[in-house]
Design a protein around this ligand. Structure first.
Ligand SMILES: [Cu+2]
Length: 271
């Protein structure tokens, strides 16, 4: 018994993590503080849960075992135990109170609105995403669509059902405001590495503040059943240093307005 407990304590987590990594049943690598917080909270909660389940399980086994001559079971049929009832109400209450503190801290930090440096509107459509960059020119908004790449369009090493033709480009280590909405039916903009999952609702704007710590390529998927091609509207995001982002932004917007010069209107305000 001692050896089993020792094994679980020393090697249990390690073994579970190995199995989870092998089958990819763990969280993806976090790249925002929010997602790190979510993973930490999950790990803390699992410790509490493990002890609760062990205690309740052992109690049930003790009670059910040899039920007919079990003093505890017989007693509970006739007598109320004031003390024991107080204990089994208070202790779960205390546990819940203990869990509430990190939970609320996390919830409030998810909703925290910092002053954003850039604002991007994400529009879910059947079945692709449109990204609008709202910052520079209100009258001539720079936007593009992002479609999934078909299997025959993929290059070696690219991910099937995750690769898109135009990835959303974002700067790293900067507060970004995402406004999420939909043009037709319900969609959901979800990127696991960022810890965000926002419903895209026609006629409504949902807002989240994002700050990505690591540059790289990130993937997400639409997470609300939105029709036959629901599984085929992935999200691809490139996060780069701010300098590279500004470079990309000016090249892309210039190209965009040269291509769409006939739609261009003289801006009434430039921020
Ligand atoms: Cu969708």
């Amino acid at each position: 018994m001692k050896k089993i407990v020792w094994f679980l304590g020393e090697w249990g987590i390690f073994v579970i993590e190995m199995i989870n990594n092998y089958y990819q049943k763990w969280f993806v690598e976090p790249s925002t503080v929010i997602q790190e917080g979510i993973i930490h909270f999950h790990d803390e909660l699992m410790v509490v849960l493990t002890f609760v389940i062990m205690f309740v399980g052992v109690s049930i086994i003790l009670l059910v075992k040899d039920y007919k001559s079990n003093k505890m079971a017989l007693r509970s049929m006739n007598v109320h135990g004031m003390i024991v009832e107080t204990i089994w109400t208070t202790i779960p209450g205390l546990i819940l109170g203990f869990v509430t503190i990190p939970s609320f801290a996390l919830l409030y930090s998810l909703e925290d609105i910092a002053l954003p440096s850039i604002t991007i509107k994400v529009i879910g459509k059947q079945w692709y995403w449109t990204y609008e960059y709202l910052d520079v020119d209100e009258d001539n908004i720079f936007s593009f669509d992002s479609y999934m790449l078909l299997e025959e369009e993929l290059h070696k090493g690219e991910f099937r059902l995750l690769e898109v033709d135009n990835r959303l480009q974002l700067p790293g280590e900067v507060y970004i405001r995402l406004l999420v909405t939909a043009a037709d039916v319900l969609h959901s903009f979800a990127v696991p590495s960022f810890g965000i999952k926002l419903d895209a609702i026609p006629g409504r704007l949902n807002e989240v503040i994002l700050q990505v710590d690591r540059p790289g390529t990130y993937y997400g998927q639409c997470s609300e059943l939105c029709g036959v091609n629901h599984a085929f509207m992935p999200i691809g995001i490139d996060v780069m240093p701010l300098v590279d982002y500004i470079d990309w932004y000016y090249t892309a917007t210039t190209d965009y307005w040269i291509a769409n010069w006939s739609n261009w209107e003289y801006p009434t305000s430039i921020r």
